[in-house]
Ligand binder design. Structure first.
Ligand SMILES: [Zn+2]
Length: 287
């Protein structure tokens, strides 16, 4: 049925390195001041993902939260030593459209500097917390290029209550930023089915859809000679994580099918070819 096993197209594998309590779904339940007092599981969960990727010798891009990098520099070094690309997931995991440009600039540079001090290399990729670059916060793209980032992967071309820029291009492309500098955007992957644009890029969607559907959707993208981007969080391979008391929707989004995720991920990386986001964009001659 699927021709994905034979596809030579490389796709971008990405991991947003944050802890289970950083997610926007719990923002009303957990105050950032309390993050340091909660049991952290980001190290063990990220190491598990490194082991899973090592089986296929897969190299990925890890968008690391500055807050995590500051507390676990050894973890960042270990990711880099495994041959993966280190990129930036901001510092505090706040929604960009709720920040001022000044606060965003300050904390993005802070996160970039922390990561560059640890790795000793330039960190040139960025992903916003909860894909929060939307029509309201497009100014963030100018700030990213001024800060020295060469690519961004924060725009989700779908309708959603927390993120999304419906109608924007689906494929990686060069953005025109107002300061005359350049920035490449790798939007989160979608497919069009029965007239609807469906997100198929990973995370909660990967846990929600049966594996056969994800495989079908991603094969459809590769069969059009296009690359997709896949994303996952370390807490998504941790069904034992402490449960947070929250509302029904957030509970569903965060805890649905956590126990199936690792098995599905192992299948996915056998069925498709992956590389770092920089490598994929380089191959497309966009970087
Ligand atoms: Zn995140």
């Amino acid at each position: 049925m699927c021709n994905d096993m034979h596809s030579t197209i490389k796709n971008a594998m990405t991991v947003d390195v944050e802890d289970y309590f950083h997610v926007a779904a719990f923002a009303k339940d957990i105050c950032p001041d309390d993050w340091g007092k909660i049991e952290s599981r980001v190290e063990r969960n990220t190491k598990r993902i490194l082991e899973i990727f090592a089986v296929q010798n897969l190299k990925a891009t890890f968008f690391v939260l500055g807050w995590v990098a500051e507390r676990y520099p050894e973890l960042v070094r270990s990711i880099a030593e495994h041959g993966h690309e280190i990129a930036c997931h901001g510092y505090s995991h706040q929604l960009i459209y709720e920040q001022t440009p000044e606060v965003f600039r300050e904390e993005t540079l802070r996160a970039k500097n922390i990561l560059e001090d640890i790795t000793g290399t330039c960190v040139c990729g960025y992903r916003a917390a909860s894909y929060s670059i939307t029509e309201k916060s497009k100014w963030a793209l100018d700030i990213l290029s001024e800060a020295g980032f060469t690519y961004d992967s924060s725009i989700f071309p779908v309708h959603h209550d927390r993120y999304g820029m419906p109608g924007t291009p689906k494929q990686p492309h060069a953005l025109k930023v107002s300061n005359g500098m350049s920035l490449v955007e790798f939007p989160l992957s979608t497919i069009k089915l029965f007239g609807y644009v469906l997100p198929v890029a990973g995370g909660g969607y990967f846990r929600l859809y049966p594996y056969w559907f994800t495989r079908y959707a991603l094969s459809k993208i590769n069969s059009s000679k296009e690359s997709f981007v896949f994303y996952l969080h370390p807490w998504e391979v941790d069904p034992e994580q402490p449960r947070i008391r929250t509302n029904l929707l957030s509970r569903f989004r965060h805890y649905n099918n956590l126990d199936k995720c690792e098995r599905r991920l192992s299948k996915l990386i056998k069925n498709f070819k992956f590389a770092t986001m920089s490598a994929v964009l380089n191959e497309m001659e966009l970087l």
